[in-house]
Write a protein that binds this ligand. Structure first.
Ligand code: ATP
Ligand code: MG
Length: 291
């Protein structure tokens, strides 16, 4: 391939790398003791079409228990489509999805959530007017038998359940350093904090696996640093397997155990961050984006 193109691509990756937003102590405290080679999720030959648009073409990869797997690729590559297929929002045109060994290709989003997969969306999706606490409490609905915000006076099991849910929400608020904002209307907070509340809501479900669709998009450097730390903490402390869709290469390079690269709906590379960074097809795909 073209030499000039090659060096351009190197520069792109290098300059991305230069802006290193991950503190060393975050990386260095990342233990591997609970990681296993067993896939928690397996996707096999996933295709998805919208009329004539082929959003995904025979994409397959494993997500190992306990890892941070990043999905990268240029705009329109199929990353969000893959998140939608895994979370049950879209039914693939063909292919199969296994979660914890169970075929759940045809499961509804509700069933997928009940199995232990949570996600955040590429666009902010908070409930306007609800406080931080209330927004995160919404994420507890899987663990509620008595309904959200059940008002009035109730005793016995319903009361105990509500107290337990509120206790868990307060733990998450603390975990995410949102204590000082807990009773603020979430939609009045700065963007970076709103994204953190959204993450809190997905963590409230206590998922085994979390899919984050560009959680740092539009953030300033400080907000990104904070978000990276929280994502790594969720992985390490809460032992949550993470699929991270992210455009910021410095973040991807620093916190991913493995990376899957999509381009025009196809998987063009998979491996550890360094291998993928040097992959010719990947470099070409990113250059194509600029063309
Ligand atoms: N609901 C839909 N209806 C029709 N086409 C769609 C739909 N969702 C996605 N597509 C198309 O599928 C392709 C992949 O889109 P997708 O949103 O998955 O890309 P992406 O990798 O997430 O891109 P970005 O980085 O911009 O978020 C695009 O061509 C897109 O236009
Ligand atoms: Mg997307």
């Amino acid at each position: 391939m073209n030499r000039e193109a090659d060096s351009d691509a190197d520069r792109r990756f290098d300059s991305a790398h230069a802006e290193d937003v991950v503190a060393d102590e975050v990386r260095d405290t990342n233990p591997v003791c609970y990681r296993s080679e067993a896939p928690i999720l397996r996707t096999e030959c996933i295709s998805l079409s919208f009329g004539g648009v082929r959003a995904l073409i025979d994409v397959g990869f494993d997500v190992l228990t306990g890892e941070i797997l990043s999905i990268i690729g240029p705009n329109g590559a199929g990353k969000t489509s893959m998140a939608n297929v895994i979370s049950g929002l879209y039914r693939p045109t063909s292919g199969r999805i296994f979660f914890k060994g169970q075929d759940r290709t045809a499961s509804s989003p509700q069933a997928v959530a009940a199995l232990g997969i949570a996600r955040t969306f590429q666009n902010l999706a908070l409930f306007r007017g609800l406080t931080v606490i209330e927004n995160i409490l919404v994420g507890r609905h899987l663990h509620m038998r008595t309904g959200l915000f059940a008002g009035g006076i109730h005793w016995g099991p319903a009361r105990r359940e509500e107290l337990e849910n509120r206790r868990r929400v307060e733990e998450i608020v603390e975990f995410l350093n949102l204590t000082e904002y807990r009773t603020r209307a979430a939609d009045t907070l700065p963007y970076g904090l709103q994204k953190r509340v959204e993450l809190g809501r997905s963590l409230a479900a206590e998922p085994a696996m979390l899919i984050l669709d560009e959680p740092m998009a539009g953030m300033n450097r400080q907000e990104k640093e904070d978000m990276v730390r929280v994502v790594v903490d969720a992985n390490v402390d809460l032992k949550t397997t993470i699929i991270l869709i992210e455009h910021d290469m410095s973040v991807v390079m620093d916190i991913s155990d493995r990376v899957v690269v999509l381009d025009h709906g196809e998987k063009i590379a998979e491996g550890d961050a360094e291998t993928v960074r040097q992959d010719e097809a990947v470099i070409r795909a990113y250059l194509g984006q600029d063309a």
